[in-house]
Write a protein that binds this ligand. Structure first.
Ligand code: PEP
Ligand code: MG
Length: 836
């Protein structure tokens, strides 16, 4: 991008001093008139500027407004220029926003950003800006736009007349969150408030200035004020400042305690390494460099810099991104053709959007860092486009986010952004806010050693898939992971304890390798037994099956010791494909499963769409609470176009042989299963297929409580403890904050399981569990003791579960279950494991 010499932009003929426009419209008209007279724009440009006001806020802040035309009217611009209208008396631009300098911009291409960079730099210097509002010399204004402005004046290091001193006791120092509370309080007090540390001082109403003081715990500061009621105002401010201490300390302690707590299980490095504590999601160790994948919900650190620095960084980042996009467009055109390449050209165009640049600058003027401001501007604009309910615009929103992420990766290299297709060649530990289940399923296993998720819970579908893939994973790494993990940093991920150790030494890596080898040896020992059935010492057999979704995963499951498939989540056929699979495609998959299993049992679960499993190509209505919405069986009963082809495909596949059962997810009522049975029967009869056992998932507390009534109408139950736990405890299975408490071994969940077993027994039905806790060796033991006769889990968990059950007597498992049912918390239940 070329930097325009400012003298080409602004001459004396383009400045009008002492203007007194009565309205914003009049101000725009006057400013545009200057541009027209200077030959910069066609007269119609004024109308374009007025229309722009209707769709975007052009008030930059600090008394400066920057009206400009609509993007589609760039043809009206003859040459780049800016006109400045000085309005010393001020003019209401928007309610509560007074403009005193109206800077009308006529810029083609990327000149807009150049102008804004100069303006934002000017704005930082309040004294100079104030002078421009009233100067009688147009040359001052031209000079301000052409010369490099002076660095902002540092506040005088004197205190005002009312003052107090305070030693900063926020353990993390004055960071953005408490600083913005100070700013709010200082503004509310309507006083001139100064915060001084040594010789440096800042206006307490200015977030950037405050943060630039770089206050650390232990620094002594003087806070002083001037003005009416300064004493009372200062006292209120003091109570805000000191009142935040408790929360700041608590936050710091929590983070420290979480990281310091010795992992109950898993690897402990010999050295004292920086550690990020999340939650265990998939066991095993991964050793390698981190690769941080940014996502929409990623927390971008808000690190304010001077506006000059921010503007320059944005300029650089945008021009790098344009080059990247141009190269991508070229490459794509060669490989795939011009049509596919057009997407990157369009993305480059989106980056020229003046509203986007303006919004970014507005946010920087408000005191935000450039990366944060950019990300926020992109998110807001994309959300606006996406909310219009128009598919074309929604696609542009996705493009904007995509292009925005590229710019972001230049602005904040620690958040190296990119898609999963852009993974580095060297295998890495992938750090991401969260991955969608289909992203996880599609991971290039040759390039990913492990997963560290900022969000998510251990029973989220991403975690489940990581276990299936045998990828060590942690979830809920939180803010620590978002802010401390940088691409390229060497790390050890322990998926068993949910910890990420950063910057290991050679000795740590060696210890980790030894630990991984031990783990492998233990698995090998368990593996030796995995082909044997899970029969307790007193001869009670528990069936152990696998949760797998694709025929090509069956062989691996059988090798791990699976005796069948207890849960085939068919929604993954829909999630992994870009379109709804046809009946024939589904038939082929079900047949493939049956053939891979031979006469071993296969439980095909009908589509469970909804909750966190959203299928974009189904275009289902957005729900406020998708986990409590039209999910699973509720959706199937409303969408015969989904249910019927699936049932037909299953019955057709079963007609050719196999031990197939059908299972319905998220059943809540007797009416639902009654209706499902009727539909199954109609489909079956139409195809002259054999009758198949029909079961339901027990995942809603209502279903567990009504198990006896439901059992009369179906052949078996399989308890989905992931959902049953989230619904029983009212804790979102994906909420990282609640994940440690959302424990499937909570006695409330165990009692619902006991009730389910009782209900099924009354009608001679059997009960399985296919939620995550079935794959936990202790959980499996407890479930067997509760009377569950089949456990279905990710294949890699099978050897350890079988080994555990084969060591125990059924009588001791029953005794364990009885004790667990009498516990009052999940922690107490888990303590039973250690007491054994
Ligand atoms: C469950 O809820 O425990 C279950 C097995 O179903 P899903 O995880 O697919 O929701
Ligand atoms: Mg479920």
């Amino acid at each position: 991008m070329s930097t325009m010499p400012s003298d080409h932009l602004l001459g004396l003929e383009l400045v009008r001093l002492n203007a007194v426009p009565a309205t914003k419209e009049e101000a725009i008209a006057q400013a545009c008139q200057l541009l027209v007279a200077a030959g910069c724009v066609a007269p119609d440009f004024a109308a374009s500027m007025q229309r722009r006001e209707a769709v975007a806020n052009t008030f930059l802040g600090h008394g400066v407004a920057i009206p400009h035309g609509l993007g589609e009217d760039k043809g009206l611009i003859r040459k780049d220029g800016i006109a400045v209208l000085q309005v010393p008396g001020g003019l209401e631009w928007n309610p509560g926003q007074q403009a005193r300098l109206v800077v009308a911009i006529a810029a083609k291409g990327d000149a807009h950003i150049t102008i804004l960079r100069r303006l934002t730099r000017l704005i930082q210097n309040e004294a100079s800006l104030e002078a421009l509002f009233t100067t009688a010399d147009a040359g001052d204004i031209i000079h301000a736009f052409t010369a490099d402005g002076p660095r902002p004046a540092t506040a005088a290091a004197n205190d005002f007349s009312y003052a107090f001193t305070w030693v900063v006791d926020y353990p993390a120092g004055l960071h953005a969150r408490p600083a913005s509370a100070w700013v709010d309080a200082a503004r509310a007090a309507d006083l001139a408030v100064r915060v001084r540390h040594g010789l440096e001082a800042a206006d307490a109403r200015n977030l950037v200035a405050l943060l630039q003081l770089g206050l650390k715990a232990g620094d002594e500061i003087t806070v002083s004020a001037e003005g009416d009621n300064a004493e009372a105002g200062l006292a209120r401010l003091k109570s805000v400042i000191t009142g935040l201490s408790a929360q700041e300390k608590l936050d710091a302690e929590r983070a420290k305690a979480k990281a310091a707590a010795a992992p109950a299980r898993g690897f402990t490095p010999p050295g004292a390494l920086p550690v990020i504590a999340g939650l265990a999601a998939s066991p095993g160790l991964a050793i390698g460099p981190l690769h941080v994948l940014a996502g929409e919900a990623l927390d971008i650190p808000d690190r304010p810099v001077s506006l000059t620095e921010g503007g320059n960084a944005l300029h650089e980042a945008l021009s790098h991104t344009r080059q990247q996009l141009a190269a991508l467009a070229d490459d794509t055109a060669r490989r795939l053709g011009a049509q596919d390449a057009a997407i990157f050209k369009a993305q480059a165009e989106l980056l020229n959007d003046s509203d986007l640049i303006t919004l970014t600058c507005q946010l920087m003027v408000e005191g935000h860092g450039v990366a944060y401001a950019w990300h926020e501007a992109v998110s807001r604009m994309a959300a606006r486009l996406g909310a219009l309910g128009n598919q074309v615009l929604a696609a542009r929103a996705a493009d904007l986010r995509d292009a925005g992420q590229r710019v972001l990766s230049h602005l904040e290299p620690s958040i190296a952004t990119g898609s999963l297709g852009d993974l580095p060649a060297e295998p890495c530990i992938l750090v991401a806010p969260d991955l969608s289940p289909s992203d996880t399923a599609g991971l290039d296993m040759a390039r990913v050693l492990g997963l560290a998720m900022i969000q998510g819970g251990p029973t989220s579908h991403t975690a489940i898939l990581a276990r299936t893939l045998g990828l060590p994973a942690l979830v809920a790494g939180g803010e620590a992971l978002a802010t401390q993990a940088a691409s390229g940093t060497m790390a050890i991920l322990d998926g068993t304890s949910g910890r990420l150790y950063l910057n290991p030494t050679a000795a740590d890596i060696e210890a980790a390798r030894a630990f991984a080898a031990d783990l492998a040896a233990q698995r090998a020992a368990e593996a030796e037994q995995r082909a044997r059935p899970a029969i307790t010492t007193d001869e009670v057999r528990i069936e152990v099956a696998a949760n797998v979704n694709r025929p090509d995963q069956v062989a691996m499951a059988l090798t791990e010791g699976a005796e069948g498939v207890g849960l085939m989540r068919t929604e993954f056929l829909f999630l992994e494909a870009g379109a709804t699979p046809t009946e024939d495609e589904q038939f082929a998959t079900y047949r493939g499963m049956i053939e891979a299993l031979g006469d071993r049992p296969l439980i095909i679960r009908a589509l469970d769409i909804g909750g966190d499993k959203q299928v974009a190509h189904l275009h289902l209505p957005r729900e406020e609470n998708p986990f409590l919405g039209v999910r699973g069986a509720r959706l199937l009963l409303r969408r015969p176009d989904l249910l019927l082809p699936q049932l037909r495909a299953i019955y057709r596949a079963a007609k050719l042989g196999g031990a197939v059962s059908i299972m319905f997810p998220m059943v809540t009522s007797v009416a639902e299963i009654t209706r499902m049975r009727e539909i199954c029967e109609q489909v079956r009869a139409g195809l002259e297929a054999p009758r198949l056992p029909i079961g339901i998932m027990i995942e809603v507390p209502a279903a567990a409580v009504m198990a006896d009534a439901l059992a009369a109408r179906c052949d078996f139950f399989s308890i989905g403890t992931n959902d049953l736990t989230q619904y029983a405890l009212a804790m979102d299975r994906q909420n990282p904050e609640l994940a440690p408490e959302a424990d499937s071994l909570h006695p409330a969940v165990l009692r619902l399981i006991a009730q389910t077993v009782q209900g099924a027994r009354a009608h001679g039905g059997w009960v399985g569990v296919c939620g995550g806790i079935a794959g936990d060796a202790f959980g499996a033991a407890l479930l067997a003791g509760l009377g569950v006769s089949e456990l279905s889990m990710t294949p890699r968990d099978i050897p350890a579960v079988k080994a555990r059950l084969r060591r125990e007597s059924f009588a001791s498992l029953q005794a364990l279950a009885t004790r667990a049912l009498a516990c009052v918390s999940a922690a107490e239940v888990r303590a039973l494991e250690d007491a054994r």
